[in-house]
Ligand binder design. Structure first.
Ligand code: PMP
Length: 349
């Protein structure tokens, strides 16, 4: 008997796995994580892990962590949803708020995962250009009343905060759900998270992977109206934040917020040095409000491959709409960053 070919959803044709680095490199500035240490209270919790935390399930929907996040964000615990990284929150939200055939509207270029989640769910995707200063046309974004508008501020990979007036117009006129991805809010020093619940249809999505330096634990979260966050929870199963991560994250939020703010200040100083170093090499990094910069640079993919051979990982983009080829690098402590700039100088020569 010959085996039938495995069945496959037609929406999945042509999809590739998310591109993650094939092998570790000595200096990895490719993923916008923090190189400035790990919150001490979180580390202490992990080192003191108890057998029961591992043998038992964690809390169903991260209830203790919701309390810690609510205190951090200035909202109520029932206005918080947690997830296995903010990718998981975005995935669940896209599933919750649009039916197959409906539209997700977003800016281009932006963080690609929501577009992928939209494709997986059979949604149409409509893109509107965003400028290097975060400017965009809100009416173009809202054409056809999309079921979901995805906005990212500061925007990955360009780095700029989105124009505030344009975001206000989207929030005022969208008839669907607005997912506002604020993964880099701590670096920008501003967010709409506390305001989101009162806006009804706005989900402010955040993460502990960036400023808090906890990417390996995979803890993401969002704030919004209680009915909205409940629908995100309904769209998936329980236990998405593991028992070690939820305890470590809650400890960091309770005791390490000042520590995190000090690391953000270091990261911003390092980003200024990175920008100066790139300019000294004749490059023009775009203005950034995050812990990374985007540098337009012809032949970026080949350059990134040469850098990888020398032990430096950076993110390369080929032909980004409106920007061309570009490299994205995140800030890191002086010794590592100086070495990275020296390797870049060599590879450019
Ligand atoms: N949103 C944005 C804008 C990001 O850049 C990233 C990570 N690259 C994420 C969400 C996902 O982060 P995580 O799943 O680690 O929370």
């Amino acid at each position: 008997m010959s085996a039938l070919p495995p069945p496959r959803r037609s929406e999945w044709n042509g999809l590739q796995l998310y591109q993650t680095p094939e092998s570790p490199v000595a200096i990895d500035l490719s993923d916008n994580t923090s190189r400035f240490g790990v919150p001490p209270a979180a580390l202490a919790v992990l080192r003191g892990a108890e057998d029961e935390w591992i043998a038992r399930y964690p809390s169903g929907y991260g209830e203790p962590l919701k309390h810690a996040l609510a205190a951090y964000a200035g909202v109520r615990p029932e206005q918080i949803v947690t997830g296995c990284g903010s990718d998981d929150v975005l995935d669940s939200a896209v599933r919750a708020f649009a039916r197959p055939g409906e539209t997700l509207a977003c800016l281009a270029p932006t963080f690609p995962m929501p577009v992928r989640f939209a494709q997986l769910n059979g949604l149409r995707v409509r893109e509107t250009r965003v400028g290097p200063d975060g400017s965009f046309d809100p009416s173009a974004l809202l054409v056809g009343d999309p079921a979901i508008v995805y906005l990212c501020s500061p925007n990955n990979p360009t780095g700029a905060c989105l124009d505030g007036d344009a975001v206000d117009r989207v929030l005022a006129h969208a008839t669907g759900v607005v997912i506002l991805d604020e993964a880099y809010a701590e670096f920008a020093g501003t967010s709409r998270t506390a305001a989101a619940p009162a806006l009804g249809r706005v989900l402010s999505v955040r993460t502990l992977s960036k400023a808090f330096g906890l990417a390996g634990l995979r803890v993401g979260w969002a704030a919004g109206h209680e009915a909205l966050v409940r629908d995100v929870e309904l769209s998936r199963g329980p236990y998405t934040v593991n028992a070690l991560a939820e305890r470590a994250a809650a400890a960091a939020l309770a005791r390490d917020v000042d520590w995190m703010r000090a690391r953000v200040a270091e990261s911003l100083a390092a980003r200024a040095a990175l920008e100066a170093g790139l300019r000294a090499l004749g490059l023009e990094p775009l203005p950034s409000h995050a812990n990374f910069v985007l540098v337009p640079c012809a032949g970026a993919p080949a350059l990134a491959a040469r850098l990888r051979e020398r032990g430096l990982g950076v993110r390369a983009f080929a032909n980004l709409p409106g920007y061309g080829d570009a490299l994205r690098l995140h800030a890191s402590p002086p010794a590592e960053q100086d070495r990275a700039l020296a390797l870049l100088k060599e590879a450019l020569a």
